[in-house]
Design a protein around this ligand. Structure first.
Ligand code: NIG
Ligand code: FE
Length: 425
């Protein structure tokens, strides 16, 4: 799906009638949510202008206003449920190569370490990604982005982290920037040079982080390639002691922080809180102490059910995090190693069944709470002033969306007031 730059559209657009429009207006950022709290406008219409929502109201009365301003009208013939465009706040969608062999080996009983020693793991993807041309990587990324758009996602975070040297990390971030100009999807780039110490680096982890800080980050700033920085805090990657000064220095240089935290062992979420990160992601190994600290902080707790499904391990304690008062986002972690499925809606629905999350909590986790994980306050709810990003499902009741566990797909997707996917076409 090719895309020309956002059109300077000053004409009005009117969409409806929605059987139910879930605006998410007024729902709190943190803590549990009941389905009865979901703000639903029945028989709704949305008036849009310049890519933003102007008004949400009863279809029949708003249609008169739409006609008076000569809005172009998109009228649904069948049932339609409208929700905010989905936000996938954690992905590694830019890569080359397959790790199908790792997957088979894991399921045959090999450990992560054995697989890495046999030439698999992150290093395998690093080699394929380093060897791929920018054009190849961009094509792979755009194909994936297109699939995500069709699944209702309108904002997609994409990390580097398979380059792991200055030149290849820059290549990845330039690919993401170039792809961003060719798709309607909002791509949010994040530098993950601190994914792991590359095998071909001669020096310690601290030496590597020093190189990232002094050589790579200034170039990223200079080219305006990313303003977000991620790191993998884990025994096999970077320890809390090693990573903290690096993160603090990056923050001083203007980078927003997010972390791969508490995936196999706790430690990372504490660093995220200490460094004032926007989000701490994974959290499968978070215990009562980490849950309480996250809930008391402003850090968004992002569960990545796709990694639990891909690795066959526990889900993040989403229920406990919400009950303690945390802000819970849900993201796909799409990557060739731990989370090869890349289907946010399916994974969020499955997390809901295992963790006993209400539909309100799941939908919040992939809309406005995911926006908070990215520090974005212009999307995630269908209210005046916000981006006209929405996914439309061909059904009568919003409960159907998660009930079908990802098999009920959007029939229409709108991004910045532009129809970017129409199933009937
Ligand atoms: O989020 N945990 C670290 N990084 C990724 C996996 C990356 C890979 O295996 O290629 C994750 O699970
Ligand atoms: Fe990840």
């Amino acid at each position: 799906m090719q895309h020309s730059e956002t059109h300077p559209d000053t004409t009005h657009l009117f969409i409806g009638p929605f059987s139910q429009l879930l605006t998410m207006e007024g729902l709190p950022l943190k803590g549990p949510l009941l389905d009865s709290q979901i703000p639903i406008v029945p028989h709704a219409g949305i008036l849009i202008r310049g890519g933003k929502i102007i008004k949400v109201a009863d279809y029949a009365s708003l249609k008169e206003e739409a006609l008076s301003v000569k809005a172009s009208i998109h009228e649904f013939q069948g049932p339609a449920i409208g929700i905010p465009g989905l936000i996938d706040a954690h992905t590694h969608s830019c890569f080359d190569g397959s790790r199908a062999r790792d997957y088979a080996l894991r399921n045959s009983g090999s450990s992560y370490l054995e697989i890495a020693e046999a030439g698999g793991g992150i290093w395998d993807t690093v080699q394929h990604t380093r060897n791929a041309s920018g054009e190849t990587l961009e094509k792979l990324l755009l194909d994936r982005v297109d699939r995500f758009l069709r699944s209702g996602i309108t904002t997609l975070e994409v990390k580097s982290g398979y380059g792991l040297n200055t030149q290849s990390e820059l290549k990845m971030l330039r690919v993401i920037r170039s792809a961003k100009r060719r798709t309607a999807m909002d791509l949010i780039p994040t530098c993950l040079a601190a994914h792991t110490v590359p095998r071909d680096f001669s020096g310690s982890g601290t030496d590597y982080l020093e190189e990232v800080l002094e050589e790579l980050l200034p170039l990223i700033r200079e080219e305006g390639l990313a303003s977000r920085l991620d790191a993998f805090v884990e025994q096999s990657a970077f320890s809390p002691e090693e990573i903290t000064p690096f993160l603090m220095a990056a923050k001083e240089r203007g980078f927003e922080l997010t972390l791969h935290a508490d995936q196999f062992t706790p430690g990372g979420s504490e660093v995220a809180i200490k460094c004032g990160a926007l989000s701490a992601d994974h959290l499968e190994a978070s215990g009562p102490r980490e849950i309480k600290a996250l809930a008391q902080s402003q850090v968004v707790a992002t569960a990545l059910p796709g990694a639990s499904i891909g690795l066959g391990c526990d889900f993040a304690p989403a229920r406990s995090l919400l009950d303690a008062g945390a802000c819970l986002a849900i993201a796909s972690d799409f990557n060739p190693g731990s989370a090869p499925m890349g289907d946010l809606l399916t994974q969020a629905a499955i997390l809901g069944t295992f963790e006993k999350l209400t539909n309100a909590e799941v939908l919040a986790g992939i809309t406005f709470r995911a926006a908070a994980a990215l520090g974005l306050n212009d999307r995630g709810r269908l209210i005046p002033g916000m981006k006209a990003d929405l996914a439309v499902f061909p059904t009568h009741h919003f409960n159907e969306i998660l009930y079908h566990q990802g098999q009920l797909r959007p029939s229409l997707v709108w991004k910045n007031g532009e129809c970017v996917y129409d199933k009937t076409l």
